[in-house]
Design a protein around this ligand. Sequence first.
Ligand code: PLP
Ligand code: COI
Length: 341
Amino acid sequence: MLNTKKDIEWSSLGFGYVKTDYRYVSNYKDGNWDDGVLSADETVTINESAGVLQYAQTCFEGLKAYTTVDGHVVCFRPDLNAQRMAESCKRLEMPVFPQERFIDAVVKTVKANIDYVPPYGSGATLYLRPYMFGSNPVIGVKPAVEFQFRIFATPVGPYFKGGVKPISLRVPDFDRAAPKGTGHVKAGLNYAMSLHAIVDAHNQGYNENMYLDSATRTKVEETGGANIIFVTKDNKVVTPKSSTILPSITRRSLMYVAKEYLGLETEEREILFDEIENFKECALCGTAAVLSPVGKVVNNGREIVYGMDGMGEITKKLYDTLTGIQMGRIDAPEGWIKVIQ
Ligand code: PLP
Ligand code: COI
């Protein structure tokens, strides 16, 4: 078969934007979504007073398309992205883009950019970014009435430079989410407010921030772009339970994999910062982060070290099983894999 793949050095890709050929665009007006099109235009033209520009009325999702070991192209649990985006939209007074249409739009976007789906074994994947924003002019503080839903695709490599090299976190002096705020949805505003904290973390030599709950500043929450899992000394996989963190699809999948594939005990519960020195492994999990080992966490000069040499034993097993399912090497639970081609 003719290889029509783009001439990209797949294994050198980082996590950045690469323009691809088509993106999906649908507009909401007078209470209805239009039919949606694939567009070659990567630019967006909106009114200067659009709701997204003035009051940040926008939310997004992230998922990936993978080439499997037998040459298919698949997505991982896109139904859960559709559901989570619906929750984000409701919280932000935006209209829901229906689940079946969301999945259809994902399929169309991947098919239209099929030559950008990195080959099996390259270490890269095609990242898909569905998002929605208020597009008509508003000036009083109120929701827009017109919206645009888009999905673009961009081939990506590892989120953290150096691939699976352990990363370092610090506990910032900043909070990410208020107790009854928007931490549990994927609102653009959550990321806007984390930008200063991430620049500051990088300036201090850390890869990411480990946020604590803003009400008591005693419990572990998540980082700016991933949930956190820990492994106890007796191999239990534990993860923070909180109403102010994003319900990560990767984390929910990993907890299932830990229990059902690896036979490990799992627990979702409140985790005090003071107890994390008792754990033996720590990792970040998310679509972009996949499962990135955490080597150390620093809080006001106090250092907790898990090991800067490589992935812990249980983290590695979880990583191999999850990526094995995503790449078709290991049988997936019913409904987890959406075959696109
Ligand atoms: N937490 C935050 C704040 C995120 O931005 C993400 C990324 O989507 C995650 C967690 C991980 O979620 P998922 O595994 O669904 O990608
Ligand atoms: C993802 O993992 O898809 C994310 O959205 C995280 C980050 C890039 C914001």
